[in-house]
Structures are given as C-alpha cells and as structure tokens.
Design a protein. Structure first.
Lengths: 960, 208
C-alpha cells in the first residue's frame, strides 16, 4: 500500500509547556456550512483560528477569549454561531464567521471536553470532567437540563439528527443514550469503547450517521461499532487495518463513507455499506480530529501537534461523491431520486477535487484498488436492485426514509426559524412577544395599549411597563424580576407575568400586578408544581393561564382561583378582551403537508359560556403568529404567510381573510401585527430580514388598509370592490350590534347613526361601481348593484348617472326597480296600517313576490343592506314586548323611541345633505310606523313572514 | 405679514420668516389620545398614541414642549441626504434642491426637538455647513448681478430674504438707467420709502 503524504500546516503550536503529558494535545477542526471557513483549536492553545478555506495562505483570524487551551468546538447548523469549550471551564459563544464574542454561555467547575449543537441550533450540549451534561438553550442561555449519569469525564456528545436523543460517551468507554424530551437514560452501554484513561489528548468520541439510524462508536477491537438508533443493539462493525484503537471517526455528509483515525497514525476511509476500507493514509503524527467538507470531496484533518491539512479527493472519483444524496438537506436531491440515480449513474461524482486528482496522476495501487472496488460496486448494485438480501437496516429503511426526508426538506425553512426541535406542531406563544436577543431589551407584550419590555442581566431581569398614551395610562414603576418572566400581558387594570420552569428549583410562577387598588399589597402570585404556564391572558376582572397540563386556569383579579377547565389540546396562544377569552389549541398533530391543525375556543368568563369554537384556518404551510381581538372586539388572527383573518358570525360563524401582506407588501418589508380596527390594520413595519421590532428606537405603528383578497376582475375597479365588501361587512356588524343592544333594551341611536352613515358611504361606493360597470359595459352587474342601494336618493342618482352616460335602456330598468321598491314600501305601510284591509294588498303582494323571486340570487344579500336599521330595531323590540305581552309598556316604550327617532331623522336629513322632500315624507311616515306595526304583530306572524320586504326579515328571524 | 414691514420692499426679519416656516407640515408621533383639533388653517387629528400624523410645525413644537409627542425628522434631514447635498453644493454652481424653509425648520428642530434627531451633532454641523456654503454662494452671485440673468433656482426663504432688499432696488436701478424719463417718479418714491420704514413701530415677535 502506497502511503501518500499530505502536507500539514501548522495552526497551533504543539506546546509542551502546558499541554498533555506526552507533549501532544487534542486539537479540533470544523468546517462551516458552506465550506468557506475552517475552524481549528488546540487544547494547548487558548486561541481559536478561523481559516479562510478559499484563501489558505491568508493568516487566520484568531479569537483569544479563553484563558486556557480550547478543547471543544461546535458550530451551529446554520453556521452563524460558534461555541467553544476550554480547560478554563467556560463555554463561550461567538458570532460566525465574524468571530465577535457574544457571551459566556455557561461555566463548569472542571474543564470542558465536548460540545454539540442540536439540529436546529436551539440547544447546545456541553460536558467535560464535571459529572453532568448541561443542555443549554442557545437563545437565552438558560440551562434546560443537566443530565447526570456518567462516571468519568464525558468526552463525546452527539445529538441525534432527528432530535430525539442525545448520545454521550465518557473516558471509561461507556455510552449513554438520553431521551431529550424527558432527560432520562434510555440505554447504557458499559465499557463498549476503549478506556482512554487520563490522557486528555486522546478522547472517546461517537457520531450519529447523518440519517440518524445508527450511532458509530469506536470499539474495543480497533474497530468501529454501529449501534441501532432505537434499540441500541449492535448492528455491524467496521473492522480492518487499524492496528491500534481508534481516536476519531467522522461520517461523510451523505453517510456512505466514514473516516477513522487510529492511534497507529493511520486514517482510513470506509465504504460503510460494504464495511470495507477504500483508502488510507499514514501521517507523521496521530490525527485527532477530522471533518468532511460539506460540499466537495475533501477531508480536513488536524493532528495532535496542531498541524492541519486538507486531504483532497478522499473518495475515489469512480465512486459516489461523499456529498451526494445528503439525507438531511433538500438542496441536493429530494431523496426519492435515491434509487433511480444509483441505477443510472453510479459514478456521478464530479467535484473539482476529482479532476485535480486525475491530473496530478496518482500512483498505481490506489487506482488499482479503485477498479476492483468499482466492479464490486456494480455487482452490488445489481443485487441491491433485484433482491434485498443484504439485510442491512439502512437499505431496507431507505424508501420509507426517503419519503420522510422529502417532508423534512419542505420543512427545512420552517424549522430553521421554529423553536421546536422535532415536533412540527408550533410552540405556545404570547401575542406581541419578540424573541430573546442577547444584550438587548425585548418586548414581552406589545398591544394597542402599551408595552411590557424586559432586559436580562446576570441572574435577574429588569421589566418596564409603558403605556402608549402617556396622559391616561397609570405610571408603573419598573420592577426587578428574579423569576425570569417570559410571558406577560397588559390591560388597563393590571399586568400578569409568568415564567416557564427552569430545572427543578425554579418553578413556574404566575404573578399579577394590578395598577391601582384600594388595598395594599394586592399583587399576588401562584406557583405550579409539575406544571408549566404556557400562555397567559387578561381581561376585565379575570386572569387566565394555560398550563402544560392543558388546564385553563381562571383567576379573579384578586387572586381567587375561580375555574379550572381542561382544554382539548396543547395551547398555542390566548387572548383576552373584556369578558371574552379566546384560546387557540392544537387539535391534532400536523398534517403531512405541515399544516398546523388549530382550534379556537371563545369563552365568556362572566357568564361562564362558550359562545363559539371551531377550527382556526391558516394559510397552507404557515403557522399562527398573532392572535387577538380587534378594537371592535372581533376575533382576529395573523399567520406567517401574512394573511389576516377576522371571525364573523356570517355564514354561521366563519373567518374572513381581510388582509394579505403579499398583496400590499413592498418586498423588503415585514409586518408585525399589533391590532386592527374596522378598516385599518395597525402594525409595525420591519425592514425585510427583520421580522420583529426592536424596543429602541421606539417603534411606530403604521396603519394599513384592510383589503379582501379579491380576484382581479375585468372591471378594473379593485379599490371600489374592496370598499364594497368591507362596507358590507361593517354594515353587517353594526346591524348585529343594533340587534344585540336593542334586545338588551339599550339605546341604539348612536348605532343607528353609524349604520346610516355607513349605508350612505356604501351607496356612494355602489354608485361609483355602477359608473365603472357602465363604462366597461357590464350592464347586468350594474342592475344588480342598483338593487343594493339603500337610499331612494341614491337610486335616483343612479338613474341620473346612467341617463348622463346615455344608456336609456338601463335607465328604464333602474326606474322599474325604483318603482317596484316604492310600491313595496307603500305596501308594507298599508299592510301595517290597515290590517283589516289586508286582502286588498294581498293581491299586490303576490305580484311583488313573484317579481322578487324572478330576481337574481343576489337578493338575499341585498336584503340586509336594504333593511333600514330602525326597522330592525323596532321589530326586535316588538318581538320582545310581545313575548312579555305587556301592552301598556309597549305604548310607553314606543313613544320615547318615536321621539328619538324624530331626532335621528333630523340628523340624518342633515347628514344626507338635503334629501329629497319625498324621502322626508317617507321618513316621517316611517316614524309613525311603529304604532301601526305594533298592532299588526298581534295579528299573527304568519302573514308577516310572507312579506318579501327586507325590513321584515329580522322580524321573521325573531319570530322563529 | 407684509403689513408689518415695508410693503414694497417686502423686508422680513428672520423671526418673521421663521414664523412663516412654522406652517410647514412635519410628522409627529403623539403619545396621547386626542380628538381632532379644528383650526382656522385646517383640522388636524384625531391623534392616536404611537401613530404618526402630519401637523404644522408650530403645533408639533407646542405638543413637543408639553412632552406629548416626538417629532420625526423630515426625510431630507438624514445624514446621507445632507452629505450628498453638501457635496453637490460644493461642487456645482447651482443650488441643490432643499425645502424652501430648510434653515428655519432645521433651526427650530435643533432648538426644540434635540432628542428626536438621531446623531444631532452630525446633522447640525451638516446643515450649518450647507447653509454657509449657500449663503456664500448667494453673496458671490450678487457680485455679478445683472438685470438680465436672475434665474436662481432652489433658493430658500432665508436666502431670498437676504438679497430681497438689495436685488429689488438693484433691479429698479437697472430699470431707471434704461428709462431715463421715469427717474423723477422713482426718486420720489425711493426717498419716501426708507422714512416710512424707519418710522413705523415694529412689533417684535415673541421668541419661542
């Protein structure tokens, strides 16, 4: 076997001054994700070197923050964060590739030996000579868990690529499988790896195969042993020409090859499937760390004297490139291609390195070997395709896995931002919260009323509460928080805080602080044992907290534990407004298409009822990012695809999409929703890479117009069509409110006025729509629109308009519609007035009803628009009074209402800006209407129900 | 306005120019909820906390003094834009386009809304530099002032105000030299005018 020599460059001085006993030190080497940088460190050197892989001659950037040798390096999966562990007992985080020091994320009492990031980069595991493995949230630096179980010093850590397990190995050769969710030991493999004793330059390591199916551990017989992911049973071993125990192993990015280095100073490259070594190289010194280049066919090695080098074209060009078919990433292949590709072109590797190798003209033996291998490979392929007699787990699993990976590929983008590791179900969040940024103040709560901000210091946080309206809101002193609150909610009366549990000693706590109270010391707190608060919400005189046990706990603002309800699923978020609490929960696991399955429940806390519940719609592939009530009290949601939805009772309760960021967005802006009212969305505009605002400088709310996602119509009047839909919605809501408040017996004059002005606005909008319809020759649509007009005056305006546009045909039609409408109105009146003479009007009514039924289907929706609001009110009032059958009271109530009516009529006439005198007469006749009508109701609703005139529609409802 | 000073020469004091500049609109972010304000000059509001709105500068300053709003510095007052303008002023002979009242607006904002302008020292020195360069330009332009070529674009209110008296009279002088017969009339008015100007008691504007 020819031994190729690889030139190594010195990166770190092989210091014997404070290195290990035999003058060698453990060195580490890493590639970043794009293979632009190489990071090296040595346990005898306190500096970490970042080499530019593209320009190897440039002097590396050296980070000197540790006070002693660096024993462990880890790079987050997206290569933005570098972690280093040192003999000086600290773990530090740096920005990458810049190398700016970020934080001392944790400290041990003894040297660190191993570091590992999980697949999403949200968690860092650190271990060393201490007896516990610390799992650290990289986001906030909190210790999520301490895993204790190893007897010796832990030298190797590996997160399972699927995010379920952590494998660790100690210097005595014991391997432990940890379940991350619970922090328990699943399997203990005692003494499976060599005992490295006290030589710190020799460490036991272990590594998951990139597909997560196997764990590779150095064995006792100078081999590599593969353990099954779930059962921890030995699957097979890679045994060959290593003469001494292994000191490092590394999987190629696609998991087909493995590089191992031994104490015998050899590095072997293995074909893992065939369990055979395909190449080897002998080095001057022991190679203590290796890293495959993530793109290309290169292995970076570093030896115990601190010299590093790049072994180009590791895998012969006749074989698949080590970066082909990388299981995890969706970039290269989609997984399903796996077999097809193998069948078509087994030698499809084509990296630059291969070319280089061929041109240099390598010596004989390796190439001979390559030829032999190739023939074997061909055989191999044929058997593989015909019959699956290998019995190897990875192959059998392949099709299934490929499909899974396809899904994973689709999630990749989501996962990089999502907080969760494995579960694609979105985590609980508080509306209006921004993520933790080290060293910066962040929002715990941002709503239309004010903000709660927090700033983390060593061991405590500083919380400030500010109201937007400085003149009205109470001044709240800043507070120091020793709990580490991460959830908060704010309203006029008080604020509520909660923290998740951190470890055993720090229990989850809920705290309520009223802003003003007649009694001293009226703030209170609750602690939860074995339970964790996930979401909090606040309303008038109640506080709600949803916990990890899916309990909805409702407290009064005095701290009385009033209700505890069990929710259907894990909470996503919650929001409170006045009496109403809206909760979003997961209804089930995600769909395979990665759609969240969410459900919402609205609770009325004061009455103890649940007025509505149902599915919460989201855009495909998105997740919920904001949830709350509009200024008018309508439930609203905003998803990550930028669609705002509002819940209405139309169509028996449904969500209307009222805003889409894609439609309005300038490409470099993200909208961070704060709230909305009937026509505007309040949000904070963030320049594109940013998705959330910073506390300083104080963000400014931007108002965006709500807009339905209309289809691009041939009319070219999108603005008007949008206005039309929004007005309709608005009108519907006002009428609903009028109904509600009149059934409560409250005064509805204001609402009536509002309804009238909305109707007037809607008429203006319709008139303009009619104009644009006429201009683009859509006469049928224009006729439909005319039927939707509310005021007689605007109908006349429409007729005038079409006459001016020289469409006499249409004008005739409009005239007919107007006459018909007038006829109906007078009929209604006569019907109301003369109950005795109803047979006379009966004929006419039959006539109109046939006419009406011949009208297009737009009529039902028009009926709501047509109905004058006061009619609705009257009718409902009457229904109620009839129920009480108190005639005297009827008379008494109707009279003051007639008076108010008179006033509102006046108002209206001014608002309508000189309504026609005919209309005035009509109004006055309407004023007298109730008296007549009230008598008619005694006659029986059956007759009324046949009436086609829209105002009677609500009455029909009330009768039923 | 012009009634206070000489109607013909239209001389304004800097205070008066500043007073006029206060009608310019600026964007503020109120920190209180307030209904619409109805003024002779128009209706402004309603005001919602944390939502930007356009109001006249005088209103903005009044609110600012009471701590009810923050003023958003206008677009042109960014360091980028100002450095660009300054370079342009130094390089070319022409005036760069700036708001008509840039001197007054910047002055008022520097005096009253110091905390709302990011990197105020930089902005301030830039604006002062620009002003100096432009004033200097105005003065050098006056040296070769002729009746035929008075097309100075983009001059700001303060700059116009400096040369208003001079250029008016200079133009008249040119006119007089060209039309000899009109001399007596003009002389008479010319004689009367300065007296009027001086006799008249001027009301000083209340300083802000």
């Amino acid at each position: 076997m020819k031994i190729r020599t690889l030139k190594l460059q010195e990166a770190h001085k092989p210091s014997s001054a404070y290195g290990a006993a035999n003058g060698s030190s453990f060195c580490s080497i890493l590639w970043d994700q794009q293979a632009r940088h190489l990071v090296t460190a040595s346990s005898s050197d306190s500096g970490i070197s970042i080499h530019d892989a593209l320009l190897p001659s440039t002097t590396p950037k050296i980070l000197r923050h540790h006070r002693d040798g660096v024993t462990a390096l880890a790079l987050s999966p997206n290569s933005t964060c570098l972690a280093s562990g040192s003999i000086d007992n600290s773990v530090k985080l740096y920005k990458f590739p810049g190398g700016d020091f970020e934080t001392n994320i944790t400290r041990f009492t003894l040297p660190i030996r191993a570091l590992a990031f999980n697949q999403s980069g949200s968690m860092l595991a650190a271990a060393g000579d201490d007896d516990g493995i610390k799992l650290i949230n990289t986001v906030d630096g909190s210790i999520a868990r301490v895993l204790k179980g190893h007897k010796g010093s832990v030298t190797g850590l590996a997160f399972d690529p699927m995010g379920e397990y952590l494998a660790s190995i100690d210097s005595m050769g014991t391997v432990l499988f940890w379940e991350l969710q619970s922090g328990t030991i699943l399997h203990t493999l005692k003494g499976v790896a060599p005992n490295t004793g006290l030589d710190t330059s020799l460490v036991n390591i272990l590594s998951w195969s990139p597909d997560g199916e196997m764990l590779a551990v150095p064995g006792l017989r100078n081999d590599v042993v593969m353990y099954d992911r779930d059962t921890a049973e030995k699957v097979f071993t890679l045994r060959g020409d290593h003469l001494l125990p292994l000191c490092f192993l590394s999987w190629s990015p696609n998991g087909k090859y493995m590089a191992t280095s031994g104490l015998d100073r050899q590095v072997l490259i293995w074909d893992v499937l065939k369990k055979q070594d395909i190449d080897r190289q002998k080095f001057e010194d022991r190679i203590c760390c290796m890293a495959w280049k993530p793109v290309g066919n290169t292995l970076a090695v570093v030896d115990v004297s601190g010299k590093y080098g790049l072994w180009e074209s590791v895998v012969p060009s006749s074989m698949k490139s080590p970066t082909e078919d990388i299981p995890q990433s969706s970039k290269k292949t989609n997984g399903l291609m796996l077999f097809e590709e193998e069948g078509q072109e087994p030698c499809s590797s084509g990296s630059l390195g291969d070319l280089g190798e061929d041109s240099i003209g390598e010596s004989g033996p390796p190439s001979r070997k390559r030829i032999r291998k190739r023939s074997e490979f061909d055989e191999d392929r044929s058997t593989e395709n015909t019959i699956d007699d290998y019995g190897l787990l990875p192959q059998r699993m392949a099709p299934k896995r490929a499909r899974e990976q396809l899904d994973k590929g689709a999630n990749e983008e989501l996962r990089s931002t999502a907080i969760s590791v494995r579960s694609k179900m979105q985590e609980a969040f508080q509306p209006g919260v921004t993520p933790v940024q080290p060293g910066k103040r962040r929002f715990l709560c941002y709503n239309m009323l004010g903000t709660i901000t927090t700033m983390e210091y060593d061991g405590y946080s500083h919380i400030e509460i500010d109201f937007h309206d400085t003149s009205r809101g109470p001044r709240v002193p800043a507070m120091t928080d020793h709990f580490g609150f991460t959830m908060a909610c704010l309203n006029e009366n008080g604020s509520v805080f909660a923290n998740p549990c951190k470890g055993d000693k720090n229990m989850s706590t809920l705290m309520y602080r009223p802003f003003s109270s007649w009694a001293n010391n009226s703030e209170w707190s609750m602690r939860f044992e074995g339970e964790e608060v996930k979401v909090v919400a606040l309303g008038v005189h109640w506080v709600a907290a949803i916990t990890s046990l899916n309990y909805l706990r409702i407290f009064t603002d005095g701290g009385l534990q009033k209700h505890i309800l069990s929710l259907d699923g894990p909470a996503v978020t919650a929001s409170g407004s006045k009496n109403q609490l809206a909760v979003v929960t997961h209804a089930s696991n995600c769909l395979p298409s990665n759609d969240q399955v969410l459900e919402f429940h609205v609770f009325d806390i004061r009455n103890g009822t649940r007025p509505s519940r149902g599915r919460l719609p989201l855009s495909p592939g998105s997740h919920l990012i904001w949830f709350g009530f509009s200024e008018e009290g309508l439930l609203s949601s905003y998803d990550s695809k930028g669609v705002l939805r509002v819940y209405t009772s139309q169509y028996g309760g449904s969500w209307l999409p009222l805003f889409s960021a894609n439609k309005t967005k300038k490409s470099d802006e993200n909208y961070w929703v704060v709230g909305l009212n009937a026509s505007k969305l309040f949000c904070i505009v963030c320049k594109s890479p940013e998705v959330f605002p910073q506390v300083m400088p104080k963000p400014i709310l931007t108002l965006l117009d709500l807009s339905s996602p209309l289809a691009s119509s041939d009319l070219g009047a999108d603005v008007l069509e949008n206005e039309f839909i929004l007005n309709n919605l608005h009108l519907f809501q006002i009428q609903k409110r009028i109904e509600e408040s009149s059934s409560d017996g409250r005064d509805t004059t204001d609402l009536d006025d509002e309804a009238f002005s909305t109707e007037a606005a809607q008429d203006r909008c319709i008139l303009r729509l009619i104009a644009s319809c006429c201009n683009s020759d859509k006469l049928v649509r224009a006729t439909e629109l005319v039927k939707l007009l509310t005021l007689e005056k605007s109908m006349k305006g429409a007729i005038k308009l079409v006459t001016a546009l020289k469409l006499p045909n249409l004008a005739d039609r409009f005239n007919n519609i107007l006459e018909e409408r007038m006829l109906n109105e007078t009929k209604d009146m006569s019907e109301a007035a003369g109950v005795a003479v109803n047979q006379g009007s009966g004929l006419g009514r039959n006539g109109t009803s046939s006419e009406v039924s011949s009208e297009p289907s737009c009529i039902p929706s028009s009926s709501t628009t047509l109905s004058a609001p006061h009619f609705v009110k009257k009718v409902v009032n009457r229904g109620e009074q009839k129920g009480r059958s108190d005639h005297n009271q009827t008379a008494r109530e109707v009279q003051p209402e007639a008076a108010t009516r008179g006033r509102s009529t006046e108002l209206r006439t001014t608002a309508a800006a000189a309504a026609a005198t005919a209309a005035g007469n009509e109004e006055s006749s309407r004023t007298s209407n109730p008296f007549f009508k009230s008598s008619s109701t005694h006659e029986g609703p059956a007759k009324e129900s046949t009436c086609q005139r829209p105002p009677s529609n609500p009455f029909k409802k009330s009768v039923k | 306005m012009a009634g206070q000073s000489c109607s013909q020469l239209s001389l304004f004091t800097p205070d008066e120019v500043e007073f006029m500049a206060e009608d310019e609109l600026v964007e503020i972010v109120p920190n209180l909820r307030m209904d619409s304000l109805n003024f002779i000059c128009g209706d402004y509001g309603p005001f919602y906390p944390q939502i930007a709105i356009q109001v006249p500068l005088w209103l903005a300053l009044a609110l600012k003094k009471r701590g009810k709003c923050t003023i958003r510095p206008p677009q042109w007052m960014s360091i980028d834009n100002l450095t660009q303008v300054l370079e342009g002023e130094r390089e070319s002979h022409a005036f760069q386009s700036l708001p008509f009242h840039y001197v007054e607006i910047s002055r008022l904002l520097f005096d009253h809304a110091r905390d709302d302008i990011p990197e105020i020292y930089m902005v301030r020195s830039l604006v002062e530099d620009i002003r100096d360069v432009r004033f200097h330009k105005v003065e050098t332009n006056l040296e070769n002032f002729t009746a035929s070529a008075v097309t100075w674009k983009n001059m700001a209110a303060m700059e116009v105000n400096i040369i208003r008296a001079f250029s008016g009279r200079a133009l008249q002088a040119f006119y007089r030299h060209e039309n000899e017969q009109l001399i007596p009339d003009l002389d008479r008015t010319q004689d009367r005018q300065p007296q009027n100007l001086n006799d008249r008691p001027r009301r000083n504007l209340r300083p802000r």
